[in-house]
Every structure is written in structure tokens, then in C-alpha cells.
Design a binder for this molecule. Structure first.
Ligand SMILES: [Zn+2]
Length: 268
């Protein structure tokens, strides 16, 4: 009886120690782009039609673990290039007005305050500023890290402190921030399911899908790493959305992304 009582006490203590919640989520502008041909992202549809892309970073505050940054946007160096920089292969020109570091400073957050940086994948418009957070633990799929190290231009320092994970992971053990493996765009792309008290569940989907019409029609960009995996990942996220009554925040979808509350305002 006594040992059972002790077990109960220990279980209660253990669950108390793990308790925590995501209490704030800031949307931060991390650049934007114009592309001349939408059909690169939607093969056979909207050929020659231009499209604009948003690019956001998401600063998440957890009551026990501190700050987690989801995606880091295009490199801060672009803030010094008023005409932007063109990626010829995609006919896409990228711009940035404010650096991520300056946007965080405006919130009173220094790079050293960010304990975790998680990125959806290692493309430059998401991994552009990982090395601005040398003290943070980089949370990324192990296979995506390995893929990054095969690239001619490394998206971050190979010496960066990291927590390579495989598959889905409840980051803080309380269901408030859950990494979801969503491969296809890149070999080991991932998404993040966040639980906020007032807003409810939100899926931050990286480049699982680039804009709303592609989601509605389940279209896969021609340059994705794997089409079948991309389709399966979209179906997985559709299930997660239904199970959690969650919102899907499509990062690059400019109309919906720009319409969200931006820092210094936040979601709770
Ligand atoms: Zn992207």
C-alpha cells in the first residue's frame, strides 16, 4: 500500500515537472519574393502567371523551455540589397526589409535567448539565418541534416549544436509543440503542430505546400524531391488537421500569411 502511495506521488511529481505550455506565438516577416511563372510550383497550371510569396518566421514561447524559433527565413544579408537577389532557376527574386535579428531585438529577444531553432527544411528561404543562433539547439530530421551536408553550399555550420530526430516528436513532452515528419519537398521535410490556449491547434507547414490553390488541389511542384511522398505528407497533415480541429498556416501563401497578426502582436 505504502509503495503504491509513493508511486502515485512520484507520478504526480513527474507530470508536474513536465507541465508547460506554449503561451505566445509571434509571426515575423522574414522576406518575400516574386516569381514570373507560377507553374513551376503547379505543373501544367497557371503557366506564365506571376506569383508573390510570403516568407515568415515564427517565434514561439514555451512557459518552461523558453523560446523556440520555427524557420529562420531568407538570409539577413538581403536586407542590404534593395533590389533583392534573383534565383535564376526559379525566376524568383527575393527581398527582405528588416533582419530577423533586428525583428527579434524589437521584441526584446537576443539570439542567446532563443534556446531552440527548428527548421522545416534546409532550403535558403528557411535556413537562411540558422547560424545567427550559435547557442541554440537545431531541431531537424537526421536525414535532412545529412542531406544538407551533401549540398555544395552548406545551409548552416556543420558544427552547429543539433538535435537530429527521426520521425514525429513531441518536443517538450506536453503536446504543445509536436514535430511531424512530412517528407517530399526535400528528403526529410518536417512540419510543426502547435497548441495555443486561445487559438487552438495550428500546423506550421513549411513547404509541405506553397499556396492555397495547391493545397486545395493537392498539387506538387515539379522540383520536389519525391512526388509520392509529397502527396502522402499532405494526406497526413489533412488527417492531423481533422483530428485536432487545427488551422493550416501555409507559409508562402501571401494573401493568408500577410493577413495574420504580426509581431509585436502575438497569438495565444
Ligand atoms: Zn520555401
Amino acid at each position: 500500500m505504502r509503495s503504491m502511495f509513493l508511486t502515485v506521488i512520484l507520478l504526480v511529481l513527474a507530470s508536474t515537472a513536465r507541465a508547460g505550455e506554449v503561451d505566445r506565438l509571434y509571426v515575423i516577416d522574414c522576406g518575400w519574393a516574386h516569381a514570373s511563372d507560377q507553374s513551376l510550383w503547379s505543373p501544367g497550371v497557371d503557366g506564365g502567371v506571376p506569383i508573390a510569396f510570403a516568407d515568415k518566421c515564427y517565434l514561439i514561447h514555451h512557459s518552461r523551455e523558453g523560446y523556440l524559433l520555427w524557420d529562420t527565413g531568407i538570409t539577413d544579408r538581403l536586407a542590404a540589397a534593395p533590389d533583392g537577389v534573383t534565383v535564376p532557376a526559379l525566376g524568383q527574386t527575393w527581398h527582405r526589409t528588416q533582419t530577423l535579428v533586428a525583428a527579434l531585438a524589437a521584441l526584446g529577444v537576443e539570439p542567446a535567448d532563443v534556446h531552440y531553432v527548428a527548421i522545416s527544411h534546409v532550403h535558403p528561404d528557411h535556413a537562411g539565418n540558422v547560424d545567427a543562433f550559435p547557442g541554440a539547439t537545431l531541431i531537424i530530421q537526421k536525414a535532412e541534416w545529412d542531406y544538407a551536408m551533401t549540398l555544395p553550399q552548406k545551409p548552416f555550420s556543420p558544427q552547429h549544436k543539433g538535435q537530429p530526430i527521426e520521425g514525429d516528436k513531441d518536443l517538450f513532452g506536453d503536446g504543445s509543440a509536436v514535430i511531424l515528419s512530412t517528407p517530399g519537398h526535400t528528403p526529410a521535410h518536417q512540419s510543426l503542430l502547435v497548441h495555443l490556449e486561445k487559438t487552438g491547434h495550428v500546423v506550421l507547414s513549411g513547404d509541405l505546400v506553397h499556396f492555397q490553390s495547391n493545397w486545395d488541389n493537392r498539387r506538387v511542384p515539379g522540383f520536389n524531391h519525391d512526388k509520392a511522398e509529397s502527396m502522402a505528407s499532405m494526406e497526413k497533415i489533412a488527417r492531423v488537421l481533422a483530428e485536432n480541429h487545427a488551422q493550416l498556416w501555409i507559409n508562402h501563401d501571401k494573401p493568408s500569411s500577410d493577413a495574420r497578426r504580426h509581431a509585436p502582436e502575438f497569438y495565444q
